[in-house]
Each structure stands twice: as structure tokens, then as C-alpha cells.
Design a protein around this ligand. Structure first.
Ligand code: ZN
Length: 282
């Protein structure tokens, strides 16, 4: 599930390996992966890659000084650089960019859902592109100084921090780690944060995401593994002892994700209602 640290390490590796390389062709075999039609994807052919960078959880590959390939990996996408082109049997590639030295950049997606997408835009239109224009400030390296105002709605922190318009880069995995690190309940409302809690939260955002990136700097190399070694302390570790206080970690299961927390460190000992379980018991 690529969030800010996973996308950041990906673009660092890709930028280092691809800046200055020349594209020979680009194609998008994925169903509906390419969400733009002008300029055509083949407009990338013959262009030099200027660089690869990140905004929120999205990737921008800039080419020829005038084109931007914007990509969103969604929940199961990976951006990987291989030494050789994919075989025709490859069913995971949604978009492929061939380099003139034989390497191939692939946007791959695991699982049956095709949700990852890309848009090729004139560079000048990138900033106004809706998925970027509505993004809030970056969560890392420095969370926004107005975080308190951004979280001032009476909305649970677990939802507010994942809202990319509020703050960009945090998703379902890292929000659990951040709230655990700050000792805050996932259901605490942003409008109820004291100044001390707000400072703790801001510090937890910066240090949690920063530590993840340091971990990836040591462990992640090209082509970028299918599964990144996420250094998670609480997310999806229900039943394991809290690394801070040894209380068994708890979880609330939703339709397509799980929220993990420590009842001692975060919710004053209260175990939150598991909605999936309570629905089954009705
Ligand atoms: Zn704990």
C-alpha cells in the first residue's frame, strides 16, 4: 500500500537511475489506466527523462522539458525499473516505458482490481490537474504549521489525517503508526486536540514518516521489490504485544481495511467496537 515513504523511496531510486535516460516507447496495456488522451502516450518516445519526483502519494515523471507523466499507484500499484522488457505473459503491467538501453519502467499492479492510473499532460497543465490542485501540504519533512486549523473539524483523526486535502501523503498504514506514536485515539476528534496533543501529533507525523524513509534508504534498491519491507509497529499486528507497553494490540475491522491501535497507550484502556464483528453478531 504505497504511501508517502514508499512513494518517496521509489522516486529517489528511479530519479537516480533514470534522469538523463532516453525513452524509446511507452504503452498502457491496463484497462483504463491511461486517463488522458492528448498528448498521446507515444509523445514520450524520443524524449529524455528530466527527473522523477513525488507530490503526496503521486509520482511525476517529467520528460523533454515539456511533458509530465502523472501516476497514482492507488492501493496495489508498484513502479519498478527492470533491466529487460516484460514478457508477453506479464499480466501485472498497466503501463510500460521502454528506455533506449533496454531497461523498462513498469507500473505494475497486483490483485485483480485495476485502480492505478496515469495521465500524460503538458508540463504547464500539471499544477492545475485536479488530483494535484486539491492536495493539502506535504506531511513530510515538515507537517504544515497550520495543522491545528486543518484538523479543526469535529472529525476522527483516523479519517482526517488520511484526507489528502487536509495533509498529503498519509494512508491507512502510516496513520495507525502515527497515532500510536502520538498516543492518540484514532477516534479523537481533531477539534478536541489540546495544544500539547497537537504538538505531539505533528512531531509523530514527521518522525514516523522520517524513520520509515531511513529504513527504506537502507533496505530498498532497484528494481524496487514487489513487497516493500514496511517497518510497522502496530498496523495489522492485532494481538501482538504493544512495543511500548506490552498490552495486546487491538483492531477495528472495516470492509476493506483494518485500524490497529494500543488500548493502553491510545484509548485509556477501552477496546473499541469492532464493526465487522458486531454486524455479524446482530
Ligand atoms: Zn501500548
Amino acid at each position: 500500500m504505497p504511501e508517502l515513504p514508499e512513494v518517496e523511496i521509489t522516486v529517489r531510486r528511479l530519479d537516480g537511475a533514470l534522469a538523463g535516460a532516453r525513452i524509446v516507447s511507452a504503452r498502457a496495456p491496463g484497462i483504463n489506466t491511461l486517463k488522458s488522451f492528448a498528448p498521446p502516450l507515444q509523445a514520450l518516445a524520443g524524449r529524455q527523462i528530466d527527473g522523477v519526483r513525488r507530490r503526496g502519494k503521486q509520482v511525476v515523471l517529467q520528460a523533454g522539458g515539456e511533458l509530465a507523466l502523472l501516476m497514482h499507484l492507488m492501493s496495489a500499484g508498484r513502479l519498478q525499473l527492470f533491466d529487460k522488457p516484460a514478457t508477453p505473459r506479464d499480466r501485472t503491467s498497466r503501463l510500460l516505458v521502454a528506455i533506449d538501453d533496454g531497461r523498462e519502467l513498469r507500473l505494475r499492479e497486483f490483485g485483480t482490481k485495476q485502480a492505478a492510473w496515469a495521465k500524460l499532460l503538458p508540463l504547464g497543465e500539471l499544477a492545475a490537474e485536479e488530483s494535484l490542485a486539491r492536495l493539502g501540504p506535504e506531511a513530510w519533512p515538515s507537517p504544515p504549521p497550520d495543522l491545528g486549523a486543518r484538523l479543526s473539524e469535529p472529525r476522527p483523526l483516523h479519517a482526517a489525517l488520511r484526507d489528502q486535502r487536509v495533509i498529503a501523503g498519509i494512508g491507512r498504514s502510516w496513520v495507525d503508526e502515527i497515532l500510536w506514536s502520538a498516543g492518540l485515539s484514532p477516534f479523537k476528534r481533531g477539534s478536541d486536540l489540546s495544544p500539547a496533543e497537537l504538538a505531539e501529533l505533528s512531531e509523530a507525523i514527521a518522525s514516523t514518516l522520517g524513520a520509515a524513509l531511513e529504513h527504506y534508504e537502507r533496505t530498498v534498491s532497484l528494481p524496487i521489490p514487489d513487497k516493500l519491507p514496511m517497518p510497522l509497529a502496530v498496523h495489522r499486528r492485532e494481538g501482538e504485544p504493544c512495543p511500548r507497553c506490552a498490552t495486546p494490540l487491538a483492531a477495528v475491522n472495516y470492509e476493506d481495511y483494518v485500524m490497529s491501535y494500543c488500548p493502553s497507550c491510545q484509548t485509556d484502556g477501552r477496546v473499541l467496537k469492532d464493526r465487522r464483528l458486531s454486524r455479524l453478531l446482530k
